[in-house]
Design a binder for this molecule. Structure first.
Ligand code: SAM
Length: 339
């Protein structure tokens, strides 16, 4: 690796220009960067991998994000909402299999009935697992009051991707209305931190119109925000979404994947102590994509423990892997892969 590049890393000289340069590395130089990410993880956090059982309990959504397959206006998706019993069963599965935490994710709703349902579910999960199972929520934008209420009822981590930290790019990816307001999303991240959550965010990599400059700014955003966890991965197009018309402008899938690996390695070097997820979207492009992300510095994996008869309906993007396995298959397969 050229000495200037080593120099940037060893002196932690994380300027936007330097990050842009490092994000573009390929070939032998990239290999070295990824190796440094992996080594930093081992030195700072050891070789422990954290499992968070992911339950995608509903694809009912009130938002209309231009990239997402479960957006409200996609009429070609069968909507589902798992029963509380099915969610509780998944929680028991995670607890019995010694997962550190359960992640509850769904399409976005903020109506009083939904807020109350989550509140009750949190209390039930806590009591049924003797308070031992950590609970992470990924339920989008809510009021500060709702975040506080769910925190008091037992959730202690929250994932809310900023998607992109560039306001103008954000508006190219979302309808321009108050339901999709960049400033509101930022405020939500602040509200989550204030409520006491370990707060996670992340971005999509390779959306139309995005450049390495945007991604360098995203890395600095996560560092400046002093984020605790990150889940980021390649954007993967879905033909039932408005963004699909821009498919010819996209970087090739392999480029989106390689850039995602560089993002993971750089973030690990910039923020050695945080939790970084190896995301499912990485595996969509490369069959061992999540394992490669771990070698570059990711330390969290989120096995899908959604009952498999509904998994095929939580299609955020096409060719999403493991939509036909049960929870047991998923965790057996993963332990073998991680070993
Ligand atoms: N509605 C909640 C929210 O916005 O945080 C949680 C569910 S949302 C479906 C979870 C994440 O899926 C989003 O933050 C987005 O980054 C990701 N996602 C959606 N469509 C995607 C696509 N086409 N490619 C890659 N990731 C996608």
């Amino acid at each position: 690796m050229k000495s200037t590049i080593r120099n940037i890393i060893s002196t932690a000289d994380w300027t936007a220009e330097n990050l842009e340069k490092l994000l573009a590395l390929r070939g032998e130089e990239q290999k070295e960067l990824l190796g440094m990410g992996g080594e930093t993880l081992l030195n700072k956090r050891g070789n422990e991998v954290y499992y968070r059982g992911l339950v995608e309990f509903s694809n009912v959504c009130t938002k209309d994000c231009y990239y997402c397959g479960i957006r409200k206006s996609n009429r070609n998706t069968e909507r589902y909402d798992l029963s509380d019993d099915a969610i509780l069963e998944a929680a028991r599965f995670a607890h019995e299999h010694k997962y550190g935490s359960l992640v509850l994710q769904s399409g976005e709703r903020d109506d009083p009935a939904f807020v109350e349902r989550i509140d009750q579910l949190l209390k039930k999960i806590k009591s049924e697992t003797n308070g031992e199972l950590g609970i992470t929520l990924s339920l989008g934008e809510q009021s500060a009051e709702t975040y506080r209420r769910w925190f008091e009822s037992g959730a202690h981590r929250y994932l809310l991707r900023i998607e992109t930290s560039d306001e103008s790019l954000y508006h190219q990816l979302h309808p321009n209305d108050e339901k999709h307001d960049f400033k509101k999303r930022l405020q939500c991240l602040r509200d989550l931190q204030k409520a006491g959550y370990q707060t996670g965010t992340g971005v999509m990599i390779g959306v139309p119109g995005q450049t390495l400059k945007h991604l360098a700014a995203d890395l600095l955003f996560m560092k400046n925000f002093d984020i605790d966890m990150v889940g980021m991965g390649p954007y993967i197009e879905h033909e039932e979404t408005p963004l699909y018309v821009k498919k010819n402008q996209l970087w090739p899938l392999q480029e989106r994947f390689l850039t995602s690996l560089n993002m993971v390695a750089l973030l690990r070097l910039m923020m050695p102590d945080i939790n970084i997820a190896a995301t499912t979207a990485m595996q969509t492009i490369d069959p061992v994509g999540r394992e490669k992300a771990m070698q570059a510095g990711a330390n969290v994996i989120m096995p899908n423990i959604t009952p498999s008869n509904q998994r095929r309906n939580y299609l955020l993007y096409q060719n999403k892997p493991c939509t036909d396995e049960g929870a047991d298959d998923c965790s057996n397969c993963l332990s073998i892969r991680l070993e």
